[in-house]
Design a protein around this ligand. Sequence first.
Ligand SMILES: [Zn+2]
Ligand SMILES: [Zn+2]
Length: 219
Amino acid sequence: MPIRPNEVVLGSLLGSCSAHGKLELGERLLQELVQMDPHNTEYHILLSNMYALAGKREKANSLRHVLKKMGIRKNPGMSSIHIGGQVHRFSAGDKSHPRTQEIYIMLDEMIRRLRLAGYVPNTAFQVFSGCGSGEDNANEQEEKELALFSHSEKLAICFGLISTKAGVPLYIFKNLRICQDCHSAIKIVSEIYSREIVIRDRNRFHCFKQGSCSCSDYW
Ligand SMILES: [Zn+2]
Ligand SMILES: [Zn+2]
């Protein structure tokens, strides 16, 4: 690049490293990113999950300890959707919206249809928030899946689907980087519900349409 890459560029590159399992490059990028934005925990979490996926549990845990020592807390992820002249905000597992019941009924239905279409929940990226004992029993697996299902962007989409007419595009804003599982789920949602879904996350725009995303899975 003719100019020094900024945080957004390096963050996207780290995301690509994660998609391709490039650990060494990821480690180098994290060092640079920490200097640029010492208070951002997203990148530590991303790299920690990469270690965990590669079976390097010790390294994953040590990174987690670094975060704990620094007293950094994970930023809560929030998704907003603009409907009927109002902004509706959701956090993960949110049950505060007046239409919560309908939203969760829609979510159940959506997950059922996603599974029929071949969706498999990607709980590998949840390692960091899990207890880290490494012993995955059926219950723990189920808990991880449930936590994934109620990510804020999934809730915002369900609300969008029940509040708008068929075919109307949904526009969502997410304050953090969209997770791998939501990204692959939303691709399928755009296909099975024939909806264009545009999400602006911390790094970029994602335009989901007919089963794929404009970012071609690089973000
Ligand atoms: Zn997610
Ligand atoms: Zn995308």
